[in-house]
Design a protein around this ligand. Structure first.
Ligand code: ZN
Length: 228
């Protein structure tokens, strides 16, 4: 994972090679975009379904080494070993990558946030699960890992230190939000919105390889969102 290659051909978030063009950039992107359940999505909490069969998310993270890299128009924290994991719906998924979107991609109750962090996992069958954490600016939040976000830096931290106090979540099935936007991807969006100091957010913004890197919300196409 430390030698990932920038996706070819080139894409970005501009008006010439951005989200509106991704599906026509190459056949691989075209096929991926044809998957009918794309991400991100926008939804209202009032329309989410509770009383489902979902159970508590079990997050088993501990401190480990990461390397900072930049690819797919984002900053990535790539773990040296796949030793951190979570359990969702009885299945274990190992943490393979952490990256950022500014501003947020998923829009809940119409609210935009400055940052959405994606924790990318895969299970033994290589099926992806992405856990999303929203972060807003504030002065009364916890102390978050003080990271150097510049490419090539090696860091040791516990990714659980990014997370809020509880692990209640929204769940739906979608796709990757960067090309090729393949699905299905199991999405777990944490309800607890983290609070970060403006300077903490600025450090990420300054290291981001592009301006905004958020794909707009995609059609629901009949999907519903479960809440736990
Ligand atoms: Zn992402």
């Amino acid at each position: 994972m430390s030698n990932q290659i920038e996706t070819v051909p080139f894409w970005d978030y501009s008006t010439t090679a951005g989200p509106e063009q991704w599906a026509s950039i190459c056949p691989e992107f075209t096929t991926a975009a044809a998957y009918q359940y794309q991400s991100p999505i926008a939804f209202d909490t009032a329309n989410c379904l509770s009383g489902n069969s979902l159970t508590a998310l079990e997050i088993n993270y501990q401190a480990q080494e990461f390397t900072v890299d930049t690819f797919t128009q984002s900053i990535h924290l790539v773990p040296t070993d796949f030793t951190n994991s979570l359990v969702f719906s009885g299945q274990t998924y190992t943490l393979q990558d952490i990256h950022v979107h500014m501003p947020n991609e998923h829009v809940i109750d119409g609210v935009m946030q400055p940052l959405e962090i994606h924790f990318v996992h895969r299970n033994a069958a290589q099926e992806p699960l992405v856990m999303g954490l929203f972060v807003k600016a504030g002065t009364n939040g916890p102390t978050l890992p003080n990271l150097n976000w510049h490419k090539g830096t090696t860091l040791t931290f516990n990714p659980a230190d990014f997370l809020g106090a509880t692990s209640h979540y929204f769940n739906y099935s979608g796709s990757l939000t960067t090309p090729p936007t393949n699905g299905p991807v199991t999405w777990v969006l944490l309800k607890d919105i983290q609070i970060a100091a403006p300077t903490w957010l600025d450090a990420i913004r300054q290291a981001l390889p592009c301006a905004n890197n958020n794909r707009p919300a995609q059609p629901l196409n009949g999907r519903h969102i479960d809440a736990y």
